[in-house]
Design a protein around this ligand. Structure first.
Ligand SMILES: Cc1cc2nc3c(=O)[nH]c(=O)nc-3n(C[C@H](O)[C@H](O)[C@H](O)COP(=O)(O)O)c2cc1C
Length: 170
């Protein structure tokens, strides 16, 4: 699909059919993560693929995952991420978010729906999944086949600030 067409088609899906996602589609999403760039190519991230009902249940203690049948948990090892020397800014969250965005758009390409979730309790995720020290959850990407109404791909002029208010040309 042409890129802008794909980007316009994607929307935050908050209801899902209880239909599993095919393994080849999960693999395609992971391949998109694999080729994503990270600062200085340091690749400080780790992706957990959460599908088993008991593990989705664990995740539900930390976040509303909208009963999606599949959730990718994207974590970062901050000590492995690039730090800008001038102001010590750690780029791990940015890396994890580029990975997540690649995955989200590939999910759309695969005919899946998704919602990016940051409203979660990190401490609950760390304890429920026994994450290693220093491994920080950054993003959840819930994925599946949406069950709700499909928003128009031409909705953005109503749901986004006007482009001219967010762009300055010098
Ligand atoms: C960084 C980030 C965090 C988000 N966190 C949540 C969340 O915790 N829960 C939720 O339901 N949606 C979440 N969303 C989805 C946004 O609310 C949604 O993408 C936005 O309202 C635009 O709507 P659209 O994706 O349908 O175009 C998040 C999106 C992003 C990019």
């Amino acid at each position: 699909m042409e890129f802008l067409e794909l980007a316009k088609k994607r929307y935050a899906a908050r209801t899902y059919r209880q239909q599993p996602v095919e393994p080849e589609k999960i693999n395609a999403v992971l391949q998109a993560a694999y080729v994503a760039p990270t600062a200085a190519n340091l690749q400080p991230h780790h992706i957990f693929v959460i599908q088993k009902p008991e593990n989705l249940q664990k995740l539900s203690k930390a976040a509303n995952i909208y009963h999606a049948p599949l959730v990718f948990l994207v974590c970062v090892e901050e000590s492995a991420a690039w730090v800008r020397p001038f102001d010590r800014k750690n780029h791990g969250d940015i890396d994890a978010s580029i990975i997540t965005d690649h995955m989200m758009l590939e999910a759309t390409e695969q005919g899946l729906n998704s919602v990016w979730i940051c409203y979660f309790k990190p401490d609950v995720i760390c304890s429920e999944f026994d994450l290693p020290q220093g491994c920080h959850p950054v993003n959840l990407l819930a994925v599946g086949y949406g069950a709700g109404p499909v928003p128009s791909p031409d909705r953005h002029h109503e749901t986004r600030k006007p482009l001219e208010t967010i762009v300055t040309w010098y």
